[in-house]
Design a binder for this molecule. Structure first.
Ligand code: FAD
Length: 359
């Protein structure tokens, strides 16, 4: 997403842009729910990508359940949600095909003469004024430039799942339709909300239930070893968890309120991602810069990952427009985005500590 936000922002500002994406395909079928933050919605509208109102589901309140299912606390709060795949599809659909290259992994960047040349895994090269590395939290460009800046495991994972509303038993979807719903116990936090269907529809009956369960996990090796026996470093996508891990997950819902228990047990392919903190001391290396999760990862309680990528991209394009020369623009951009990234990561640690009783 960060690559597409930057691609749109810079292309619309008149720059000659190419996006190189490592994946060979299938990205639009991935992902779960995201909070549709105002800046991300504004980006879609400002760049003529989509009408954000057509991409979101809305709740009017927030509720916290007790283990027996009764409502322990509730208050009014309007929230808007969408899905990763819906936003990605629109960003991608509105971006020129001839400028978006899939199956194109960047493996090196070389600086010289005010230019940067990237080398791809298949040997191709491309030269330009600026490389924006929006490679996610396991960015290899960051590893080359900042080998000591490594993501730190926060001590808990996010189990996640998505269940089509029409496959949900009885009235389950209706119980989550009006309020952003939570359950927090010692060392865990579960939440759920409705998101658009896999075709993007926000009509009742067509939507999906999205749940996230933050759970303290000390044996990360067990959880992150997938069904084929491979130890993953990052997330395990839907269908990749070992059957014994899924069975344990379903059994552990015994301690959750009945509606969360039913939701998790009815979900076919739960997936998992470790929660990490990442900060960097620099975001710019001559004509290469790091954007989005490649630079800073704030815990998901901030609900800011997608918005941060959009914000980094808009700030970059604005700095290039307003400053005299690319070097001055990149300096100014780095200063402001370093400050913003650090604050967000600290806020995420505080929120995670408050909610899970951790650090
Ligand atoms: C498939 C997928 C599903 C996601 N689902 C959710 C979700 O449901 N909810 C949520 O809150 N967040 C989700 N995220 C994370 C969310 O997109 C990010 O937190 C946020 O949008 C910031 O994005 P980013 O572009 O910085 O990093 P990412 O979204 O991680 O994107 C990085 C991209 O760079 C590509 N890449 C990595 N290395 C290279 C390389 N060397 N050369 C070329 N390409 C490379 C990756 O294939 C990936 O597409 C998902 C990310 C992905 C990739």
């Amino acid at each position: 997403m960060g690559g597409l936000f930057a691609g749109h922002a810079l292309f619309d500002a008149g720059h000659d842009v190419r996006v190189f994406e490592r994946s060979a395909g299938g990205l639009s079928e991935r992902g779960g729910g995201i909070v549709a933050q105002p800046r991300m919605r504004r980006f879609l509208a400002d760049h003529g990508i989509a009408d954000p109102a057509a991409l979101v589901t809305t709740t009017d309140g927030r509720q916290y359940l007790a283990a027996d299912g009764s409502v322990r606390r509730e208050y009014d709060e309007e929230m808007q949600f969408t899905s990763w795949d819906a936003v990605y599809r629109h960003l991608r659909g509105a971006f020129p095909d001839d400028r978006y290259r899939m199956d194109s992994e960047v493996v090196d960047d070389d600086q010289g003469g005010g230019e940067v040349t990237v080398r791809l895994a298949d040997g191709r090269e491309a030269t330009g004024d600026l490389l924006v590395a929006a490679e996610g939290w396991r960015s290899t460009t960051r590893e080359r430039h900042l080998p000591d800046a490594t993501p730190e495991y926060a001590g808990y994972v996010a189990w996640r799942g998505v269940l089509p509303e029409r496959e949900a038993p009885d009235d389950l979807a209706a119980t989550f339709a009006d309020a952003f719903t939570f359950f927090d116990g010692g060392g865990e936090l579960v939440l759920a909300y409705l998101i658009p269907g896999s075709d993007g529809s926000t009509d009742p009956g067509e939507r999906r239930l999205n749940w996230v369960w933050y759970d303290t996990v000390s044996d990360l090796d067990r959880v992150l070893t997938d069904a084929s026996g491979r130890r993953r470093e990052g997330a395990i996508p839907p269908g990749g968890l070992r059957p014994d891990v899924v069975a344990d997950l379903r059994a552990a819902t015994e301690r959750h309120p009945p509606r969360f228990r039913r939701l998790v047990r009815a979900t076919d392919d739960p997936f998992v991602q470790p929660v990490v903190d990442l900060t960097v001391p620099r975001m710019r290396f001559e004509r290469t810069c790091l954007l989005g999760d490649a630079a800073f990862v704030a815990r998901p309680h901030t609900a800011a990952g997608t918005e941060k990528a959009a914000r980094d991209a808009v700030a970059l394009s604005t700095a290039i427009r307003d400053r005299d020369g690319l070097d001055a623009a990149l300096d100014a951009w780095e200063r402001s985005q370093l400050r913003y990234g650090r604050e967000l990561v600290e806020r995420g640690k505080r929120m995670g500590g408050d909610r899970l009783g951790g650090d």
